[in-house]
Write a protein that binds this ligand. Sequence first.
Ligand SMILES: [Zn+2]
Length: 330
Amino acid sequence: MKKVILLFLTILVCYRPDITLAGEQKSHPLNERLSLYVKMETMTQIPWYVYAAVDQYEHQVRNARKDRPDSKGSIGIYFTPEKWAGPLNPNPADTNPITVSLFGGVGLDGNNDGKADINNDEDLLFTFANHLQKYGSHLDDIKIGLWDYYQRDQAVRIITSNIKLYKTFGTLKLDKHAFPVPLRSNYSYRSTWGDRRGWGGLRMHEGTDIFADYGVPVRATSYGTIETKGWNRYGGWRIGLRDLNGTYHYYAHLNGFEKNIKLGDVVKPGDVIGYVGSSGYGPKGTSGKFPPHLHYGMYKDNGVTEWSYDPYYSLRLWERQERIELRKNR
Ligand SMILES: [Zn+2]
């Protein structure tokens, strides 16, 4: 009887139907990451999706920056050797938790092997968890903890967006995309990166213009959260969403927004967020100064700054992927 109860408890603890990667093999790197987050949740009471959100941000920053080494394991969280072992530690590669602590290093032993190893996934995650735990487990507490850690509003904004996405969808596998207008609609676009335009001074054209009729639905291209919505002198009615890679997707010159879409909302690829128009280039409500089109821009974040890059190649890829998907489901 005791054995049966124990077995039942084990199943109860291990079986989390809300967070699985359906159909994926166990060795999938995302499964490895997920199991580390879930383990840390049971140790600290901070939900797995908070760890997932922070770690995703750290992976994003590592990928975008050349001055950081690649992660040795599954966890992307990065500490400099000085911060890990202590600024005054004569041995920057110190793994002894006692001397590390003595010299003011943050490194901790998360897997109980007697070492605080800067290249060990569990030690890294546990060390970050130890910082966050001082603040409490409510989202507002966590946000303060994140701000103190990164000292950067954009970092808190991106991680908060990641938290919402992982919590809402209950999985790490959120890499699907959609083309910004329905493929069956009448549209055209070409690479216009860097074209010059005259209104409001000479500015580089930071995006791709997709020409389509008034009222054609405009859709989310990624899993993301709505970060901006409203009028902008250049962009007219514009809306922006933040995805899990920290990339900001900017949609301008809209006719209007989808009803019920508001700031902070979570969207998935294909969700309608607005409609093609010709708004902008003047005070609020200005429209019709150019043919209707969707201006689509992408901005990448590297943990320090944000810059625009040419979305044309992503658009081509998503268009092709969606076409293949549609053919498969026909
Ligand atoms: Zn444009």
